[in-house]
Every structure is written in C-alpha cells, then in structure tokens.
Design a protein around this ligand. Structure first.
Ligand SMILES: O=C(O)CCC(=O)C(=O)O
Ligand SMILES: [Fe+2]
Length: 326
C-alpha cells in the first residue's frame, strides 16, 4: 500500500501550527517563534540567555519531510531490529520497559492503530509502544542524504561535522506521551519535527521545586491535568507551551522541563549538545544528585570541548549514552 499512513496534509511544512492549533487547546503563554532566525542571533538571543525558541520551517526543505513515509521506512529499514518503549504514561514512568521488534512489525501496529483511530475518532484499544529516543543512524543509516541542507550552524563548531551521529529518532502513534522531565545530562536540546505535530508544555529548570521530582529527571505532576491537591506547589508554576509541526525546530535550554504529547502519528529527531559551560555544569551537577554515569558522559564531552579532542574521538566513550534508558 503506497503511503498507507498519510501524514495530516493540514500540517505540511509552512502551515502555522500555532495560529491554528485546534487539537491542542492552548492554555499557556506561547514560546517565542522566530522565522529565519540566524545562527548568530540564535546563540546570542536564546542559547546565551537560556530562552526557548521555535524556528518554524528550519528543516522544511530537507528531503526527509517528503521521503520519510511508512513505505520508505519499510523499504530501507523494515528488517531492522528496533527497541520500543512501553509505559511512558500519564501517571508517570514507574512501569517503563523496553521491548524489541523489527521495524516492519512495528509499522503494522501503528497502521492498524491509526486506521482504528480514523474510523472510531477516539483512542482505540491499547496504544502501541513508542519508538523513542534511539540513535537516528541505527534506524536510518542514510539519514544524512535525507537531511541535505540540514542547518548544522545551529550547533557549536565541535559538533558540526558529525552532528547526525548525536541525533536521536522518535516515531510513535497519535497520543504518544513523554511525561514531564528534563534531559538527564543537562544538555541543550535542538528538537526537529519531521511529520505530524507535537505539543510541548515547558517550564524553566528553576520551576523544578514545583514539579515533584523523582528518579533524578522525572516529575510526578501531570502537566496536562495537574492535580493541585496532590501537587499544591504546582499551582504557582510558570508554564509555557508550543506546538511544532513538520519542518519546525524547537530549542530547549539545559534543564528545561518538558511534557510532550503527540497530536498525530509523528516522526521527530533531536540532538542533545553541550557548550563548554553546560558541560562543566553537567560535571558539577554530581553535587546536586546527578547519577555518576551521567557525570561520566558529561566529563567525556567537557574533555572534548575544553581540551580540543574531536567529536569523532570522544564518541566511543559517549556512544552508550545514545542507548541509555534512564
Ligand atoms: O518527542 C518526545 O516525545 C520527547 C522529546 C524529548 O523529551 C526530548 O527531545 O528531549
Ligand atoms: Fe526530553
């Protein structure tokens, strides 16, 4: 079947997902959106100031936007084994576990779920697991061709020549959820949406005391349906949101809390990266309870950035982070 999952044409590249955001039911102030933001202004206006920003259409011209159909995924990688996550739930991640599948079988599950959803109009049966945060090049080894024109200038120099080796892939059904958390190494995060839409609910790291943290990086609060009786401090939390659609890029500064809901069947990828400053802070976070393993990864990157050891040479020490479930 050619293209049996049709990515929602209402959200093709260039459509303003924020102006017209019916499914999201916006509740909070929007994250700033900057069309055609230059890398220079990105670093001075957002990275240096720890402010999130959406750059609509930042990867809107990459071939991946049209190319990454289910058919294509089956053709190039259908036989590959992938690790899926189950238990990313509204109630938290205590039941989180991983399961293996080949990609074809997973795409079958997604297609069946999405077609039930289209015919019944409501979540139908158990939601399939989430292909969540796995190395992009393990799923799509030729992703560099698909991402021709990728704006590597939004990354620090150290990462540029090898940036896709740091990229992590996400594919999941409509309604998939990553509950409220921050990224576990306290990295900067550039997030790229390829197909479908996702809604992000965001809080600065300073809001952590309102969010009832557990297991270092996760938060008990359900950011879509907060229960102020269980979590009274969250009443005062300062919350923002944005919706990203195909081609959009979202920047999140280190430690930013995020709760991410897929509004459609969606494909994304992201890259966690450090500046010297965030890498050194990531090492010092040992004193704030960061797990030793995370500190080790931060030390590897800090060494690369501060001692001028190339990303290629540091990658063997860092690579296991890319398959790390925490
Ligand atoms: O897309 C998602 O479901 C989660 C994304 C996320 O947590 C991240 O980019 O760090
Ligand atoms: Fe995250």
């Amino acid at each position: 079947m050619e293209n049996s999952i049709a990515w929602n044409p209402a959200y093709a590249p260039g459509v303003d997902t924020q102006a017209e955001n019916p499914a999201a039911g916006s509740q909070y102030p929007w994250v700033e959106r900057r069309e055609a933001l230059s890398p220079h202004d990105f670093f001075s206006g957002y990275v240096a100031k720890g402010r999130p920003v959406v750059v609509p259409g930042a990867v809107g011209r990459c071939p991946a936007l049209k190319r990454w159909t289910f058919d294509h995924l089956r053709r190039v990688s259908g036989q590959r084994q992938v690790t899926l996550k189950q238990g990313l739930a509204d109630a938290g991640v205590e039941g989180l576990k991983t399961v293996g599948s080949d990609l074809n079988a997973y795409l079958d599950l997604l297609e069946a779920y999405e077609s039930r959803l289209r015919s019944d109009g409501a979540p139908a049966g158990e939601r399939p697991p989430y292909l969540h945060d796995v190395p992009l090049l393990n799923v799509l080894p030729d992703a560099a061709d698909d991402l021709a024109g990728f704006p590597a200038d939004y990354f620090p120099n150290w990462y540029r020549s090898d940036c896709l080796r740091f990229a992590q892939f996400f594919l999941g059904p409509a309604h998939s959820l990553t509950p409220l958390h921050f990224d576990c190494l306290l990295t900067h995060n550039l997030f790229f949406q390829v197909a479908g839409r996702k809604r992000f609910i965001l809080l600065d790291h300073g809001q952590l005391p309102c969010c009832y943290r557990y297991r270092w990086r996760w938060c008990e609060v359900d950011a879509e349906n907060p229960d102020f009786t269980r979590h009274p401090l969250y009443r005062d939390a300062q919350v923002r949101e944005c919706t990203v659609g195909p081609g959009d890029m979202l920047y999140m500064p280190p430690g930013m809390l995020h709760h991410v809901r897929s509004l459609d069947c969606a494909i994304s990828f992201n890259m966690d990266w450090h500046t010297r400053r965030s890498a050194v802070r990531g090492v010092l976070a040992l004193a704030r309870g960061m797990p030793a393993k995370n500190v080790y990864y931060n030390a590897a990157i800090a060494l690369g950035l501060c001692a001028g050891i190339s990303a290629k040479r540091v990658l063997p020490w860092y690579r296991s982070y890319l398959n790390y479930v925490s």
